[in-house]
Design a protein around this ligand. Structure first.
Ligand SMILES: [Zn+2]
Length: 236
């Protein structure tokens, strides 16, 4: 690995992570058990299940499902530890925080290890996000922005609210370019900006089926993030 990247090279983290997987609980095509078994076979040490929650158009969990969901994730987490650590997550649209989140709901969500907040790029500059932020601040687990373009605004938002950034390597987005072209000046600038703002980074395949799981991309992304960026440690 070249050392002229302009960022400090670190010791590579040894556990591969994929913090973005969907199951039958929302719009995924596999069970939690299948995803865990696959992770074990592939040597993925940290796997995150983050099914959709309160997502209008997509098949998603709602509040009444949360306890059973968490119980099932705990069960499989125990079966596969320590070979595969299961991080319990949810993917929540940012505008879902624009409604009432009472203490019961907050308590349930706080049993998770992390949440991914999606649709930040749909927040316009003139929108008042104070209500959204009020709710987000009540959540104590790790919080990050899913598949979000790291614009100036997004970086400032993450920095201010202690959110991590997801390097989403799914086909639907072009963030994998950062892995492929991390030595190009414009990509270097983006990655440096994340580092300078102290923003931690997760990696996610956004996988909805194991049929076309991007193992090569995942492994490459883990290498780059582990070596050059502030990698998120989701398991306490
Ligand atoms: Zn997703």
């Amino acid at each position: 690995m070249k050392t002229n990247f302009g960022m400090t090279e670190k010791k590579k983290s040894d556990k591969m992570m994929d913090l973005h997987n969907h199951t039958f609980w929302s719009d995924g095509e596999n069970s939690v058990a299948e995803i865990m078994e696959h992770a074990k076979e592939c040597g993925i040490g940290v796997i995150g299940i983050c099914d959709h929650f309160l997502a209008g158009e997509t098949k998603a969990l709602n509040e009444n499902d949360l306890d059973t969901y968490v119980a099932e994730l705990n069960k499989f987490g125990n079966i596969y530890a320590p070979a595969v650590c299961l991080a319990k997550g949810l993917e929540v649209p940012i505008f879902a925080f624009n409604q009432m989140w009472d203490d019961t709901l907050i308590k349930k969500v706080n049993k998770l290890d992390y949440i991914l907040i999606e649709d930040y790029n749909n927040v316009r500059d003139d929108m008042d996000v104070s209500y959204i932020l009020n709710n987000i601040r009540k959540i104590q687990c790790r919080k990050g922005l899913a598949h979000t373009a790291p614009t100036e605004n997004a970086v400032a938002f993450m920095n201010k609210n202690n959110l991590f950034w997801e390097m989403n390597i799914g086909e639907a987005y072009d963030f994998y370019r950062y892995v492929d072209e991390y030595e190009k000046e414009d990509v270097k600038d983006i990655l440096k900006k994340l580092n300078c703002n102290g923003i931690k980074v997760s990696i996610g395949t956004d996988s909805h089926t194991l049929m076309d799981y991007p193992m090569g991309r995942l492994s490459q992304a883990n290498k780059i993030v582990g070596q050059y960026l502030k990698r998120l440690d989701v398991i306490k």
